[in-house]
Structure formats: structure tokens, C-alpha cells
Write a protein that binds this ligand. Structure first.
Ligand code: ATP
Length: 305
């Protein structure tokens, strides 16, 4: 069996003269936390809607969990939990009652144990204490958590989340991040869109970068940010360090030197042996931001995020 969870080929969506998504090939595998990164207006929401069969592509194909979308939607979508754009909820009903309606609306939900499952997902998203309260009084962050609880109800194999931390404070963002990583550890594949580089860098195992409707980068985060083969040295005496290391120094900026060689201990030994104090040592790695900027420049486009 293939471990591909989402595959799109030449996926395109045009709204009149505006091409929102311009021929993208996404490749999301079982066990990924796939971070779908792009600036506002780059086409993330349109893509997510096509993945869920809510918008029909102008061209190209979508497969989710090995089946074509929208054709096999009735079979596949019960296994997919989704949260897109500010979740809808009835304000005069409690959080629990809203979840009960969401559950009842879906196909084939077992009634037995429903109340218990609702209590479980409310706990999971940190709304355990307020399940009986009317949603009317909920903050944006609480509504976002309620939407996530709805997405979790059926223990999905795949979670598709469009900007899931929108409207959350730092504590809330941390909680959702922890929750998503826990779910991923227990086997849920997570696809999440975001315009925040740092968020994707902290969560994702695999990254796709969308820029004006095109994928300019798609790879494992570990590959994208793999060590460069150089060592970063920090020293209070950079001038002497440069003299000792000679043409091994690739760049020097303030107290930070990048030195050829992928063994920090060896670089340390050279410097300490020469009496040069060293205050920091690390393998040199590009940040996700470096990689995204380079990819956007390489594609001739503006910066993606
Ligand atoms: P954001 O983060 O701001 O939601 P996004 O990356 O999700 O942005 P989309 O919402 O997919 O981007 O929009 C991509 C482009 O398609 C934009 O130029 C938008 O104006 C256009 N677009 C999206 N939906 C429609 C629509 N229903 N009709 C016409 N144009 C649309």
C-alpha cells in the first residue's frame, strides 16, 4: 500500500482572470506534519478547499487517502478532520451541543459513546471546563479550539487545518502545537497551512511553500535545514580567531565566524590550542527562512512568507 496521503497533479484554480492556484503537485505522506506555507493571497485556502472537495479545480487532480476527490468524497471525507476559516458554531448553544450537532450531521456516526467522545475532545483542546457554556461568550481563540474539537471527533486519519492558530494567544498557540504533535505521534497525518515561518519551522516534518499559486519548494524540513558542512564559532576575539584559522574562515560578522569544517570539536581544539577564547560552537545550518528566501529568489518571484 502506498503511504501517500495527499497527492495533487497539475492542480489549478482560476477565478476569471485570477489564477489562485497555478498547477501544483503536492505530495503528503503518512505520518507527516506537512506545513503549507505562503503569504496572504498565495492560494492556500483555495488549495485546502480543493483538497476537501469544496471547490472544483479548473484543471488537475486531487487524491486523498488514495481516492479521487471530489468523486470519492463520501467515502474518504469521514476519515478527514478539517478546520477551515473561522469555524461556524451556533452562538446560543453550548460547546457540547454544537459538537453533538456536528457529529450528528456527518455520515454514519455511532450514537453510543457520543457524549463521552465529546467530553474527550473538549478536554483535548483545553475547553473541558466550559463545555456547557454558550458559545456566544467564547473568545476567537476558544471558537478556534471548538472548531478543532469538531475536527477531532471522529478520530481522523488526516487532519487538514487552515491557519489553525489564527486568533490564539501565545499560550493557546503552544497548547495547539503540543496537541498536534501528540496526535501526530499517535498516527494522525497533519496538513496545516500558515503564513508564519516560525510556526511551520516548529511543527512541520515536511514543508511546501506556495508563492503566487505555485509551489516553489517542497521537501523534508530536515533536508532543507541540513548542516552545510561548516561550523559556526563565537568568540570575543574574532580578529585573532581569523588569523589562526586563515582561509578556512568563510565569513566573519561581529563575534560570529563561519568556518570550513563540520567538526566543531576540531575547530575548538585549534582555537583553544592557540589561546583564543571560544564562547559558542555549532554546526552551521540554514534556517527555514534562508531556504524560503533562496527558493523565492530562484523562482524569480517575490518572497513567499
Ligand atoms: P489568505 O491567507 O489571505 O487566506 P490564501 O493564501 O489562503 O490567502 P486564497 O484565499 O486561496 O489565498 O486566494 C488566492 C487568490 O485567489 C487571491 O488573489 C484571491 O483574491 C483569489 N480568490 C480566492 N477565492 C476567490 C473567489 N471565490 N473568487 C474570486 N477570487 C478568489
Amino acid at each position: 500500500m502506498s503511504d501517500t496521503v495527499i497527492a495533487t497533479h497539475g492542480l489549478r484554480k482560476a477565478y476569471g482572470a485570477v489564477t489562485a492556484v497555478d498547477g501544483i503537485d503536492l505530495d503528503v505522506r503518512a505520518g507527516d506534519v506537512y506545513g503549507f506555507l505562503g503569504a496572504n493571497g498565495s492560494g492556500k485556502t483555495t488549495t485546502v478547499r480543493m483538497l476537501l472537495g469544496l471547490v472544483l479545480p479548473t484543471a488537475g487532480t486531487v487524491e486523498v487517502l488514495g481516492r479521487p476527490i471530489p468523486r470519492a468524497g463520501r467515502e474518504v471525507l469521514p476519515r478527514v478532520g478539517a478546520l477551515i476559516e473561522g469555524p461556524a458554531a451556533y452562538p446560543h448553544l453550548s460547546a457540547s451541543a454544537n459538537l453533538s450537532l456536528m457529529d450528528a450531521a456527518g455520515p454514519g456516526g455511532a450514537r453510543r459513546g457520543r457524549g463521552q467522545r465529546i467530553a474527550e475532545v473538549l478536554d483535548q483542546v483545553g475547553l473541558g471546563g466550559v463545555g456547557k457554556r454558550q458559545v456566544r461568550g467564547f473568545s476567537l481563540g476558544m471558537r478556534q479550539r471548538l472548531g478543532l474539537a469538531g475536527a477531532l471527533l471522529r478520530r481522523p486519519d488526516l487532519l487538514v487545518l487552515d491557519e489553525p492558530t489564527n486568533g490564539l494567544d501565545p499560550q493557546g498557540i503552544h497548547e495547539i502545537r503540543t496537541l498536534l504533535l501528540d496526535l501526530n505521534r499517535t498516527g494522525t497525518t497533519v496538513f496545516l497551512s500558515s503564513h508564519l515561518l516560525a510556526e511551520i519551522e516548529q511543527l512541520a516534518t515536511r514543508v511546501g511553500v506556495l508563492d503566487r499559486g505555485r509551489v516553489v519548494l517542497q521537501d523534508d524540513l530536515a533536508t532543507l535545514t541540513a548542516p552545510t558542512g561548516a561550523t559556526v564559532v563565537r568568540t570575543p576575539d574574532p580578529a585573532r580567531a581569523v588569523r589562526e584559522l586563515g582561509d578556512r574562515v568563510l565569513s566573519a560578522e561581529g563575534d560570529r565566524l563561519v568556518v570550513r569544517g563540520s567538526e566543531p570539536a576540531e575547530v575548538n581544539a585549534v582555537l583553544v590550542g592557540a589561546g583564543v577564547p571560544v564562547s559558542g560552537l555549532a554546526l552551521d545550518r540554514p534556517t527555514l527562512e534562508d531556504v524560503v528566501l533562496a527558493a523565492a529568489a530562484g523562482s524569480g518571484d517575490r518572497v513567499a512568507a
